[in-house]
Design a protein around this ligand. Sequence first.
Ligand code: AOF
Ligand code: ZN
Length: 357
Amino acid sequence: MRRCIKLAKRGYGRVSPNPLVGAVIFDDDFNIISEGWHEKYGENHAERNAILKAKGDLKGKSIIVNLEPCSHYGKTPPCCDLIIEKGFKRVVAGMIDPNPKVAGEGIKRLKNAGIEVIVGILEDECRSLNKIFLKNQIKNEPYITIKTAATLDGKIAAKTGSSKWITDEVSRSEVQKLRNIYDAILTSSSTVIKDNPSLTCRLKKGRNPIRIILDTNLNTLKDSKVYNNDGTRVIVVVSDKISDKQIKNHAENAEFVKCPLKNGHIDIKKAVQILYEKGIKSILIESGGMLNKSFIEENLADDLIQFIAPKILGDKEAYNFVYGFNRNNISECNNLKIMSTKVLKNDIILYSVFEGK
Ligand code: AOF
Ligand code: ZN
């Protein structure tokens, strides 16, 4: 199963809105006969790729896959039909497919064909691998992660605004990996104005995420780097009070979405739903304390990825990665669950999930 998960990750950035899936075919002595993964949206599923690559008869062999084999006709025919046709004796699945078109039907069909089926191996890891797909299928909402790069005392910039370079180059290359995973990166107009980021993915085999800018009053300059015409989709979410004329005069290659306001700012709950309907299944927020706070306060963020540098800024006027809750008691805190940590060269990454998510 660990091998399946590893193979599945080769699909990062290429399979959305479909799940990440890897499959391994093996014999009774646990020799690997073939492996495959879901490589690209709309193309063969992992199981079919592993089967097509295998040489020789597959009768009596076993196949292990991190997601239940499908039973429906989508862009491709049902994988469980192919597994039955090839005469496999055993199927091991990491988890049930949450897609209502499958949801246990694949397992049932395999069992009815006399195949031994084992479900739930490394299930937590399998669920975490497909956390985006799971949330999309169950809630019809995008998966939202807040990413921050801060000092030990939680500062993302000094009071002068200087924020380069809190974390080191190893951390920054990890951020590139994240940008390759999410459908879109979301930031605020103030971050665009202050930092002029490009928000691209500079990995060799990576692809650029869609760029989303929340710009209530259309304050960003149209020659900001985020509007570079590099073939990447750019979406600007503006107030529904912004006129078509203002939009026409702004960046030519961007799409504009008008959104109602809440307390003078974009209603992010509405914005997120509009974006989901536009095909954005996962969002990485790379912004400042205000926007981070809004996503946390509206209970929209699923998890938090914190890059922490071993530095202390210590100025109470410096910018915090979350700003403006004004809470007086510890009992009013937002609680998270720490899932894992990764020690890099100088910095660490802390992964936590918001309580109730
Ligand atoms: C994948 N890759 O390896 C597996 C999937 O439209 P289709 O035919 O590509 O079907 C997509 C659904 O198939 C997907 O939502 C999931 O339920 C199931 N399994 N999908 O993209 C795979 N095994
Ligand atoms: Zn399938």
